[in-house]
Write a protein that binds this ligand. Sequence first.
Ligand code: PG9
Length: 618
Amino acid sequence: AVTMGGSVVARSTPPVTQAVDLTDQVPAGATIGDYVGEDVMIPMRDGMKLHVQVWRPKTIDTPLPILLSRSPYGFGKAQVTNMLTASYKELADDRFIFVLQDIRGRLGSEGTFVNLRPSNPDKRGVDESTDTYDTIDWLVKNLPANNGKAGVIGVSYGGWTAAQATIGPHPALKAVSSQASPNDMFIGDDFLHNGAFRLDYAWSWVSALETDGRTMKRFDFGGEKDAFAWYLKQQDLATLDQQHLGSTMPSWQNFVKHPSYDAYWKAQRTTNNMPATVATPNLIVAGWYDQEDFYGPLSIYKEQEKGDAKGLNYLVVGPWNHGGWRSAGKSYGPFDLGDATGNWFRKEVELPWFRYWLKGQGTLNQPEALIFQTGSNRWQRLDSWPTRRSTTVRNLYLRAGGKLSFEPPRGGEAAADSFVSDPADPVPYRDRASIKPFMAEGSTWSTWLADDQAPFTRRKDVLFWQSDPLTQDVTISGDVAATLFASTTGSDADWVVKLVDIYPTGERVPAELRGRQRMIANDVFRGRFRKSYERPEAIRPNAVLDYRIDLHSASHRFAKGHRIGVQVQSSWFPLIGRNPQTYVPNILRAKATDFRKQTHRIYHRPGQASAIAVAVVQ
Ligand code: PG9
């Protein structure tokens, strides 16, 4: 048995954090329901030993498959109990041998932790794939009563390790389910979006995870509950780790060292490392409201699809936040989802997936893409994603006078709208009162995308367009992308675009939803990367330039009587660190004097018609 001191914050989704005592991690011979637990140290090819908890049914008559989860967060007793009795109950009731592993350098495992350790193509060294290979090899050879088949499952960091398992896979690995895995930290997942730095997430996560390998310490904001105020006070982001934690944090310093899309980021891109020809069945799972890794699973699916001649790459997108399918999933914020979507997914999709591949039981009735349509609360079984079914890409034009319309602008209308973006007074990403650090006690970070977006339209630095009330339902299904024709008096700028569903105000609408603006698609783009993520450039002041902003995709029904809305702003704090609006080579090193107020303009005239392209179902 391993003995360790200290305390950790174990990942359970959602919410993010839960303190557990490691000494309590797995009492040898402990039981949870019908399962009995045991600690094992498994040797890797370089001699390091990695810690696992093995949980198996007390009596096994017929050999069972192994289901492996690998995580940097630790598996506390409370979390394992929750897994076996609730969040993985369907699988547990069906009987698998669960193996929960601390990845290299974390908690009970030896070696050095490297955040998203890049894959080692020649496999002469070690990486998460070789560690998975060695673990499975040991397990199938040594665990009593196993059937020689293994699967890997996990959410987020654990979803990423499931994706790594498919690289140079062990022959006993028969299927994975990579859930909410990040794909590219610079382009669209936890740490940056289109080159814009996710300040609170990056700081809170790195400071919690990298202070040491054994514990996960929530950063102490010195009693400051208002994360907005705390971050605004920080003058020197490049040395935040040294100032507040007394030493450098490897990931934080990498953010400082790699301000553009260089080899450091590309080496980490999950799909740059996954095999071009898909050989391991993968059930990729994503949530429309994933506040952390939404780009990841959708882009992994899309890229893997190119090499999926055998049809082993599948996609599920449900109405969930990060990991939301591990709980009931009856609602998201104030939005009723019509059914317990998480329970349904685990019973009807995830369990049959692993029963089929690991036990040879049942049939695989899995459509290529199982997509939940928000607004109508319907699952759709599609033969591709985006669907090739009858959709037409149509532009929703931003027009003069705050009008949003499928009709393009005509000459003679006002050509542009402008606003002043002041870095000293950035637009909060949520209502100020609810901005806590994302990991803080009582944080509602996990549902922030359900927040009503209407209050932001009252700010002068948020531009807003809305359609007339819809005379019939408008359903979109597929990619969403904005093209902004924009200028700034500065030499750099961020562009934030939100597509919202505006509920009517009538008496018949539940009070909480009346006039509410529901987020359907969103993202930020850092202007300096307009031509290339590799070679950022200053923006020419006052030049009208076009920016294409990927808003990912959506499957949503805007109901009759609702309106469609678009908001454009230039800051989103402290979700996104501020852009000084004066071009500096490295924004994390920007000085207070670099931050300047600037006027931004969004154009909507013929030839420069800013618009959001959506795939409208016919
Ligand atoms: N979103 C988290 C994460 C994944 C990978 C790297 C960094 C953070 C997570 O929930 O694990």
